[in-house]
Write a protein that binds this ligand. Sequence first.
Ligand code: MG
Ligand code: MG
Length: 254
Amino acid sequence: MSIRLKSAKDLAGLRESGAILADVLCELASAAQTGIRLEELDRLARAALKRRKATPTFLNYRPEGANHPYPAALCTSVNDQVVHGLPNTYQLRKGDLLKIDLGVTYKGYITDSATTVGVGKVSPKARRLMQATREALEAGIAACVPGGHLGDIGHAVERTARRAGCRVIRGLTGHGVGFKLHEDPPVPNSGKKGIGMSLPVGLVIAIEPMLATGSGDTIQREDESYATADGSLSAHFEHTIAITEDGCEILTAR
Ligand code: MG
Ligand code: MG
């Protein structure tokens, strides 16, 4: 594993990148209303980033093992889709659970954040899942203190999920971020307290609990998006955070 810690100067750049991302994600979340097409959200994201002189990190990104470079700025995943959903012509319907995931590059600094939006009125089950996922992210972030361990984060995330009667999605993790979209270390959504690398000041990671109301197993679809294997609902919240002297700083706070 090769981990590149971030300096105070890097953090200043990441803060700017994260503020832009937070702004744009808010704009997209309010635009995610009944009747809008996913591809329109993608266009909105591109225009909003351009106005802020930032670029969408996912566009043309090619993760290891992927067959094609990613053709959009956003990932938009609906209902049982978990992540990597392609913004297509699908028109949002009342009751949909939409996950919007966005990466921003600004002056070379990369941040990554995601949110889940209920379109119109969603079911009580969907609301509980969203709430549990948001709380799992908060619990993961609360475990980010210098001298803490990577396993503490996953432990906090998974415990929060289970208490709410949800499961974490297996096989998908958070990651280091900052100079590249995916850096070391992987940040799993399950783990044991006190296990794994200790968290050094200057470590920048994306924590991203993905929870499901069902088993947590996934399938990969033809478009390379991941969906729950049992068709159950999923939610996803993500922040980029930095480990600081006295805890952590959320770089993509909205
Ligand atoms: Mg993301
Ligand atoms: Mg991420």
